[in-house]
Design a protein around this ligand. Structure first.
Ligand SMILES: C/C(=C\Cc1cc(O)c2ccccc2c1O)CCC[C@H](C)CCC[C@H](C)CCCC(C)C
Ligand SMILES: C[S@@+](CC[C@H](N)C(=O)[O-])C[C@H]1O[C@@H](n2cnc3c(N)ncnc32)[C@H](O)[C@@H]1O
Length: 254
């Protein structure tokens, strides 16, 4: 596992005892704590396995093809990186970046378990999505699965994504949808309050999953995501609502 610039030095106690997960170090700690149960348990159970379909859709929208060099940003335990790996094949290259060492350890363990030859094309990089350790115009496709919403500076992140993407290539950003529909927002919040958090509390992670609701409320709507992409230079940007509007995917072309 390669290591790049660590996230800002702000430490969790430097964030004070705020109730909200407000700084990079606190968010890093959150994802490191939930790493052992994150993918094969809680996401699987809570989404009734649907999250794998949403991730496949997102990877398809990125447009990765054989022999491409691609990036999975905020890769976590590697779900999208493994899907990208199959798209680009053994002659392709997948760079998978995350700032949680614990998430990356789970990802490398999964890579060692899997038998597909193509998975050898994945490089795991510990780094900050806001300061990418890559050259300009470096990637043929980029995916961000449930990552952008967790980044403190979404504008800076989108500028970095634009910088490292090759002209004519696409980024596909999957996340919860911050809906403009009151009914969808209320449904989303009801499920988080009455299903997600209670189930997560059985694993000792009620606070970590309670963060979801606030992070969605502070996120950008589909139209705002499209506007942000255009502002940083993308020539085209379209946000698609999926899962009945509970989730959404932005596809932006450089
Ligand atoms: C893969 C999913 C979420 C990933 C995820 C993203 C985050 O930012 C987190 C932050 C803090 C803790 C955990 C996460 C996190 O897991 C989506 C599926 C898992 C969700 C937790 C389940 C969400 C349930 C939906 C609101 C309703 C699903 C309806 C479905 C049709 C059954
Ligand atoms: C909800 S998980 C998503 C993981 C994976 N993409 C998926 O779809 O399952 C969000 C990931 O973003 C990472 N992350 C959050 N902020 C980051 C940052 N500034 N730089 C790099 N990774 C970050 C977390 O460590 C975590 O692994």
């Amino acid at each position: 596992m390669a290591s790049a610039a660590p996230p800002p030095a702000s430490s969790s106690w430097g964030c004070g005892r705020r109730r909200r997960v407000r700084c990079s170090a606190e968010r890093q700690g959150l994802f490191s704590r939930i790493a052992p149960v994150y993918d094969n348990q809680l996401n699987e159970v809570l989404s009734l396995g649907q999250h794998r379909i949403w991730k496949r859709m997102s990877v398809s929208w990125a447009g990765a093809k054989r022999s491409d060099r691609v990036l999975d940003l905020c890769c976590g335990s590697g779900d999208l990186a493994f899907l990208l790996s199959q798209k680009v094949g053994p002659d392709g290259q997948v760079s998978a970046l995350d700032f949680s060492k614990d998430q990356l350890l789970i990802a490398t363990a999964r890579q060692d378990l899997y038998w597909k030859a193509c998975y050898k094309n994945i490089e795991w990089i510990e780094g900050d999505a806001l300061e990418l350790p890559f050259a300009d115009s470096n990637f043929d496709a980029i995916t961000v699965g449930y990552g952008l919403r967790n980044l403190l500076d979404k504008h800076k992140a989108m500028k970095e994504i634009f910088r490292v993407l090759k002209p004519g290539s696409r980024v596909s950003i999957l996340d919860f949808n911050k809906s403009t529909s009151t009914l969808i927002t209320q449904s989303q919040e009801w499920m988080i309050d009455n299903v997600v958090v209670p189930v997560a509390s059985n694993y000792g992670f009620s606070r970590e999953y309670r963060y979801l609701k606030a992070s969605i409320a502070e996120y950008l709507t589909g139209k705002e995501l499209e506007k942000l992409a255009k502002e940083v230079g993308f020539s085209d940007a379209k946000h698609y609502e999926i899962a009945g509007g509970l989730m959404g995917n932005l596809v932006a072309a450089r």
